[in-house]
Write a protein that binds this ligand. Structure first.
Ligand code: NDP
Length: 304
């Protein structure tokens, strides 16, 4: 059976490191790292994410500020807020929570963030820097996955890595990071022919597609490291037999009416893989931890 990677423990380790370094920065240089989050509208999932980020900042000794904008806010209003935050010395990181309401084009808003404060790593300048292997900001989820691999002592160099999904926030930066760590990388997507066959080549398989339990045991090379980025909410009426039989999931389905599952079918992949990140509790916790780490980094770089 695969070793189940405890992402919560790894994230706690990183958060403790950030807390320690933030404390030292304050003591030695009188600076408290500061993160501003712009939340437009009332998307309940976004509200939950923003609350978690704010709470995590507090625990890590990072100052945070949430700028709440109404659902009908215009791009111009958001741009004005970003401009003010760009100029503030106490704010080192700026994050615009996605998705934005439909009247606001994220491609107009995200490039307005000062690249030196772009702790999400979504600004075209930071995307370019990642591509060129220059110092910038890297999106939290893929950099969190690299942390998982490193802290589990999993070798990347020389390995065959397959990334399923080519989004700008997960798949593409993931592929670049693996490449920079000297893996041989293949990127798959919805038009890939023989996806199971390509996936089976992987020593390290990263799955970020948003399709519940799509990757099955016969897609996985025995002993492979399988990183499941997917977070899909499956409701009780759509739950399949294994989910209903799993005591933890059965409880969730009964009490909350849904359960969170990954893109990887843990029941058939578990017996084949060498390592597997669970959902929840695998990659997810790293995303906030790496955001904190990026905010600390932004504060340190502001001193240079
Ligand atoms: P996107 O929807 O932006 O991208 C999905 C990618 O998967 C696309 O490249 C798409 O291909 C590919 N894809 C979709 N269906 C298939 C298929 N049937 N076969 C092969 N490829 C397919 O998603 P994200 O990258 O933003 O997110 C992916 C998943 O990861 C989601 O479940 C999301 O919730 C989760 N996530 C989790 C995070 C965490 O912190 N744990 C953070 C970010 C995301 P194509 O380009 O051809 O359309």
């Amino acid at each position: 059976m695969a070793v189940i990677i405890d992402g919560t423990r790894i994230a706690e380790e990183i958060r403790a490191e950030v807390r320690k370094e933030a404390g030292e920065l304050k003591k030695e240089r009188g600076i408290t790292p500061g993160l501003a989050v712009i939340l437009v509208g009332e998307n309940p999932a976004s509200q939950v994410y923003v609350n978690s980020k704010v709470k995590a900042c507090g625990q890590a000794g990072i100052y945070s500020e949430t700028i709440l904008k109404p659902e009908e806010a215009t791009a111009e209003e958001v741009l004005r807020d970003i401009e003010l935050l760009n100029q503030r010395e106490d704010i080192h990181g700026i994050l615009v929570q996605l998705p934005l309401p439909k009247q606001i084009d994220e491609n107009q808003v995200l490039p307005a963030v000062d690249p030196a404060k772009d702790v999400d790593g979504f600004h075209p300048v930071n995307v370019g820097k990642l591509c060129l292997k220059q110092e910038g900001f890297v999106p939290a989820t893929p950099s969190g996955i690299i942390e998982i691999l490193k802290r589990m002592n999993i070798q990347i160099e020389g390995k065959e890595a397959v990334v399923i999904g080519r989004s700008d926030i997960v798949g593409k930066p993931m592929a670049l990071l693996l490449l920079h760590h000297n893996a041989t990388v293949t990127v798959c997507h919805s038009r890939t022919v023989d996806l199971p066959g390509v996936a089976r080549r992987a020593d390290i398989l990263v799955v970020a597609i948003g399709r519940p339990a799509m990757v099955k045991g016969d897609w996985v090379k025995p002993g492979a490291v399988v990183i499941d980025v997917g977070t899909n909410r499956v409701t009780a009426d759509k739950a399949w037999e294994e989910l209903k039989k799993d005591p933890k999931r059965a409880k969730n389905l009964e009490t909350r009416g849904s359960t969170l599952v990954g893109d990887v079918d843990e029941y058939s992949v578990g017996p084949v893989a060498g390592y597997l990140t669970p959902v929840p509790g695998g990659v997810g916790p790293l995303t906030i931890a790496m955001l904190l780490k990026n905010t600390l980094l932004a504060a340190k770089r502001s001193l240079k």
